[in-house]
Design a protein around this ligand. Structure first.
Ligand code: NAD
Length: 260
C-alpha cells in the first residue's frame, strides 16, 4: 500500500498521467495533479479522486516550459501534501515533421516539456526525498528512448535524453533509499497519439487507417495498443518495497516493439 505517500505527477490531466493518478490513489497515495485543460473538468477530476479513493488530491497548473513554475509546483505540493515522496515526470507533447521543415520553436518546446521539465522537477524534489531517505522517481520515457522513427526529431531526442537523465539520477541517489527509473511504453491509445494522426497522414501521404495499422501498430508485434492502466500498474510496482533494488532501469512496455 502507498498510504501516507504523496505523489506529484506532471501532465496528469489526461492519458497516461491521469491513469498514474488513479492507480496511485487507489493504493492510498495522496496526489498532486498537474497539466492543462478545462478548469471545471480538472476540478471534477480532482474531487473525483478524493471521493473515489479517500485520499487528498490537489492541483497545480504549472507550465512545464517554465522552470520557476516547476520549482514552485514542487514547493506547493510539499507544503499542501507534506512531502513529495513519488515524482512522476510524465508531461509530454509530440510534433511530427521532416527535419528540414521542423519548426525551431517546436523543437525548443518539446525539449523543454519532454526533457528539461523532468530535470527541474527532480532537482527540486530530491532534497526532500534525501532528507526522508525514501523516494521514487519515475520518468515516462518511450520506445523512442531506445529507437527512432522518422519525422520525430525533437521527441526522439528528448526521450533519449530522459533515459540518460534517469540513469544519472539513479546513481546519485542510490544510497538514500531513492530509486529512479524510466518507463518506456510503445503506442498507448491516448489523446497524444490520436492528435498526431492527421500530421502523420500528411507527412506520409496516408489515410487514417493506414497510419494506425501501417505506422503505429506496424511497430508493435502484438498488433495491440498498450493501455494506460497497464503503464500505471508498472508504476505502482516501481513504488513498492519489492522494487527497491530496481533503479536506473528503462523498462519497456511496448508489445515487443524494441525487441525487433
Ligand atoms: P496526453 O496528451 O494524453 O497527456 C499529456 C499531458 O501533458 C496532459 O495532461 C497535458 O495537459 C500535459 N501537458 C502538455 N504540455 C504541458 C505543459 N507545458 N505544462 C504542463 N503540462 C503539460 O499524452 P499521453 O499519451 O498520456 O502522454 C503522457 C506521456 O507518455 C508523454 O511524456 C508521452 O511522451 C509519453 N508516451 C506516450 C505514448 C503514447 O503512445 N501515448 C507512448 C510512449 C510515451
Amino acid at each position: 500500500s502507498l498510504k501516507s505517500r504523496n505523489a506529484l505527477i506532471t501532465g496528469s490531466t489526461s492519458g497516461i498521467g491521469l491513469a498514474y493518478a488513479h492507480a496511485l490513489a487507489k493504493e492510498g497515495a495522496n496526489i498532486c495533479l498537474n497539466g492543462f485543460g478545462d478548469d471545471a473538468e480538472i476540478e471534477k477530476t480532482r474531487t473525483g479522486i478524493e471521493k473515489d479513493f479517500g485520499v487528498k488530491c490537489i492541483y497545480n497548473g504549472a507550465d512545464m516550459t517554465k522552470p520557476p513554475e516547476i520549482a514552485a509546483m514542487v514547493k506547493d505540493a510539499e507544503t499542501r501534501l507534506g512531502s513529495v515522496d513519488i515524482l512522476i515526470s510524465n508531461a509530454g507533447v509530440q510534433f511530427v515533421s521532416p527535419i528540414e521543415e521542423f519548426p525551431v520553436e517546436k523543437w525548443d518546446q518539446i525539449i523543454a516539456i519532454n526533457l528539461s521539465s523532468a530535470f527541474h522537477a527532480i532537482r527540486a524534489a530530491v532534497p526532500g526525498m534525501k532528507a526522508r531517505k525514501w523516494g521514487r522517481i519515475i520518468n515516462t520515457a518511450s520506445a523512442h528512448s531506445l529507437v527512432a522513427s522518422p519525422f520525430k526529431a525533437a521527441y526522439v531526442s528528448a526521450k533519449h535524453g530522459i533515459a540518460g537523465l534517469t540513469k544519472t539520477v539513479a546513481l546519485e541517489v542510490a544510497t538514500f533509499g531513492i530509486t529512479a527509473n524510466a518507463i518506456s511504453p510503445g503506442y498507448v491509445w491516448t489523446p497524444l497519439v490520436e492528435k498526431q494522426i492527421p500530421d502523420t497522414m500528411k507527412a506520409r501521404n496516408m489515410t487514417k487507417e493506414q497510419v494506425i495499422h501501417d505506422v503505429l501498430l506496424e511497430a508493435q508485434p502484438t498488433k495491440e495498443f498498450v493501455t494506460s492502466e497497464q503503464v500505471a500498474a508498472l508504476a505502482v510496482f516501481l513504488c513498492s518495497d519489492n522494487a527497491a533494488q530496481i533503479t536506473g532501469a528503462n523498462i519497456s512496455i511496448d508489445g515487443g516493439w524494441t525487441a525487433a
